[in-house]
Design a protein around this ligand. Sequence first.
Ligand SMILES: [Zn+2]
Length: 388
Amino acid sequence: MTGRRSASASAVLRVVLDEGAIARSTIARRTGLSAAAVTGHVAELMQRGFLTELPEVAGAVGRPHVPVDLDTERFVVCGAHIAVDHLTVGLLDLRGKVLAQQEVPHHGAEPAEQVAQIAELLDDLLIGHAPDRTPLGLGVATGGWVDEASGTVVEHGFLDWRGVPLRDLLTEVTGLDVRVDGHSRALIHAERLLGQPRARSSVVQLFTGNVVDAAFATGDTVHHGPRSAAGAVAHLRVDDSEESCRCGRSGCLEATVSERTVARKAAEAGLVETADFPAILRLAATGNTRAVALFHERARIIGQAAALLFDVLNPEILIVLDQSVRDVEGCLSTIRDEVSQRSWTCQDAEKFLVASSFPGTELVTAGAAAMLNSLYEDPLFTRLPHAS
Ligand SMILES: [Zn+2]
């Protein structure tokens, strides 16, 4: 549990994240804390290296003041994402800006091998891009069923992982403070901290890659549910699909819209030579009519799921993370159209259904957000390497 002192420090740090360079008196107004309390928290956060003082500013009226801002030079937060085919590893500053990222295939290797690969990639990035900074910790996100509290991948069907203690494995190899979370929940943290302020009231994150899952948050709480199993929308039955699923049934959401399925269909239709998703995505992005049509058909099915999530959870916004939404013209509109036709509660899909705030850096941001969220939630108790 976070104490009151840490909760106030968290409020101070988050105001600075939102506003940038800011006077202590403004922080006091925004947080409702007393001037003396703000001065104390700022001093402590400076001592930890999270905040820094900027040159004095002459006030137009009143006294000159010394604004404070996040110190984005001292630390890096490491992020990693484990996808079905590849790993993404990167470094972010305290403002969530991606300083460097790298994506490599993992060839379906065993967990221990992937952990070693992540550690090696991180070492290279730290040496190459942040030789003078201290790594503050490592956040890791992946799809499927992840128990954040124990840092365990309970089940990842595509990777065929069951009960993998990912946090412990990575802590041992990297020596860093490691946090592990499901990628949709981690993306909600990222959106609330760095992306969509509207996500702070209530939000559904839908992730449609190879893995398809979702997460939901209201107020300050991201919903986990018993055993952290919330958000498993993979086997939701969708209309107009006979696609057979690994669960033994057919017409499931994940089996129908998974990137692997799209790649296979494109190859069957002779659009690409082999079932290669990036190739078919590039084809659609450059306007190939048949490839675009394939993605629009898929977008309508994503829209079915989005409409249902709107009606069940009635979020302030629903955020879709999908490569075709990012790269293929018209996919987002198609999803919105489907939601408008099907949802009983979403009156304005244009306004309430949006694309991810992190185009091109979604996966590494998801990973790092698992760590950044811990930091912003509890800046005084974050386990820190000793300041050098
Ligand atoms: Zn299924």
